[in-house]
Design a binder for this molecule. Structure first.
Ligand SMILES: [Zn+2]
Ligand SMILES: [Zn+2]
Ligand SMILES: [Zn+2]
Ligand SMILES: [Zn+2]
Length: 197
């Protein structure tokens, strides 16, 4: 009898811990935005993607998704793999956070199948000096020599800075295309695209 009561109380405690853990995860997603990880998405069995907090998100026909920054990519660099070549640029996507990179053929890492690259803090701080890539998804696409690309409604931008709202609140993502076996999204505030596998 004693051992039955002990088992019951242990079960109750572990169920309470699971619920508490889920509530904390949900609170952190609510506060910081949802977590994304292409390594988890690549191995998923269903066609939908699910955050650690339990919600299904980033559906191509679904609502906008707020995602948080990936601190490890920001501090230690992105893990880029090649996705293709378009509009005179080699295109890459981060295997962890989905950050894209559009490199001109004369860029040091262009043509490599995969590489790790540090964030260009200088551009992040002072703004990206951008050139025109083309028109896509009803917007104009620009890229900086550091490889960062953006979507904007205006057609005459030469410099793009990251707005503070994205720094503090994360990015608000909407689906724009399905390409190279990935779904492409863009943030309505900064124009930053992301690829999720
Ligand atoms: Zn979440
Ligand atoms: Zn990354
Ligand atoms: Zn730049
Ligand atoms: Zn943003």
């Amino acid at each position: 009898m004693k051992s039955f009561a002990w088992t019951l109380s242990t079960l109750n405690r572990s169920a309470a811990l699971t619920v508490l853990q889920m509530l904390l995860t949900r609170a952190s997603c609510l506060f910081l935005g949802h977590q994304v990880n292409n390594r988890i998405f690549s191995g998923r069995r269903s066609i939908t993607r699910q955050c650690e907090c339990g919600i299904e998100y980033l559906r191509p026909d679904g609502p906008e998704t707020r995602v948080r920054h990936n601190i490890s990519c920001f501090l230690f660099g992105h893990h880029y793999k090649i996705m293709g070549f378009r509009s005179g640029h080699y295109e890459y996507g981060c295997e962890v956070c989905g950050h894209p990179l559009l490199l001109l053929p004369d860029s040091p890492n262009a043509r490599q199948a995969s590489f790790r690259k540090q964030v260009r803090y200088f551009c992040n701080l002072l703004g990206h000096r951008v050139h025109l890539v083309g028109e896509r998804a009803g917007m104009t696409e620009y890229a900086c020599h550091c490889g960062h690309n953006f979507f904007k409604e205006e057609r005459d931008r030469t410099k793009i800075t990251h707005p503070l709202i994205c720094f503090f609140a994360g990015h608000y993502l909407t689906h724009i295309a399905r390409r190279c076996e990935a779904d492409e999204y863009y943030c309505r505030n900064c124009g930053h695209p992301f690829y999720f596998f």
